[in-house]
Write a protein that binds this ligand. Sequence first.
Ligand code: AMP
Ligand code: MG
Length: 427
Amino acid sequence: MSQASSTSSMLPYEEALNLLLQHMASTQQTEVVPIEQAAGRVLAQTIHAQYDAPRFSNSAMDGYAVADINAAHWQVVDYVSAGASTAHLQLQAGQAVRIFTGAAIPAGTEAVIPQENISLDGQQLSLSTTDTSGKPVKALKPGQNIRVKAEEYGAGDVLMSAGQRLSAVAIGLIASQGLAEVDCYKKLNVTVLSSGDELQALGQALAENQIYDSNRYMLLACLQDYASIFNIQNGGVLRDDLAQTKKRLQEVAASSDIILFSGGASVGDRDYAKQALEQIGTLQHWKLAIKPGKPFAWGRIEGQTHTTSVFLLPGNPVASWVTFSVLALPAMKLLAGIPEARVRPTYLEVASSHDIENKNFRLNFMRGVLEHHQGEQAPTVQAFPARLQNSAMLASCVASNALIQVPGHAHIAAGDKVKVLLLSNDI
Ligand code: AMP
Ligand code: MG
């Protein structure tokens, strides 16, 4: 095949991702989840504010609430701590109240003076000329250090919408509204299967020309980061046999919303995944203009109660990992209820540490690390490609935390910007 014809018959990555996402229908199934178990889940409802925030005007500092900011001094007449009632208080000209952070602002207050900025003579309060660290104290401004009722949002305002993944802050916000449970999309059941006559189970002795099944464990591990949106099942290994593959896919589909299937997705005589899926469901398959990952395919199996989305990942371990990250995972997130705009991988633009040449027309997802580099002026983040880039070579990926996108036929000089998908910050 000439390069021109192979180029034109292969689908560019962005187009493939668009098509893939277009075909994913988000789950509609929801359940009520106690707030303690909702971290990381996908919200399935609108959260309206139950209360104004702040619910009442309160002090932003420990200090003194004063009536008139232009007075020379004030008489301290009362003491208000957080949670205490101020209903009985009405500050008059020349009066102040000892107050603490979060305590309600008494009626008649114009400003709160931080306790670092005052001097006190008996009950007579005045503004210091310098604060406790020696800096000059500025004149008071109206409203200073007062958090005004509803300044952040008002009761009834929309705080969050369906599709939001519940971060720790989101959980905090929901709790701040007094809600003990929320509607979330149900977790999707994901089963990981691998296939290949050459695969041996871990712990068993390898016969001649066998290898251990590493993809299944790698993919199960990839999913661990998303255990809050997926129930993860290990579906075992399949032989290269069409009848068995069909039977097992059907069995697994009955209990799965999603199947991740590695190996057998290519065009070899013993690659049965596509054939099997085509015969028991539907198959969508393009040749992708990406490296690694050209044979990625997907499809679905229609059951009586639900549809199962099936992602066929290449057997080569690096290709399996890359296509999971840049294609299957975004689609799976969409299925789980996350809106399309938020499932697409986000790329950083950083300088390449080295010259890179992509002699191939396919977009190369090079494995590498993002690392701080001590430049002449300031440290910069640079993308360092791993030394070995073969799609069968996992060892070179162990220290990788990023995929560096190198477009087809690109020549990148050291220092040029490249698009990088950061996979993990914690490597
Ligand atoms: P395939 O996609 O089945 O043609 O496999 C491509 C390459 O990936 C072959 O070298 C396989 O031996 C290897 N491979 C397939 N499945 C796995 C797996 N689960 N773990 C490790 N390597 C695999
Ligand atoms: Mg195989």
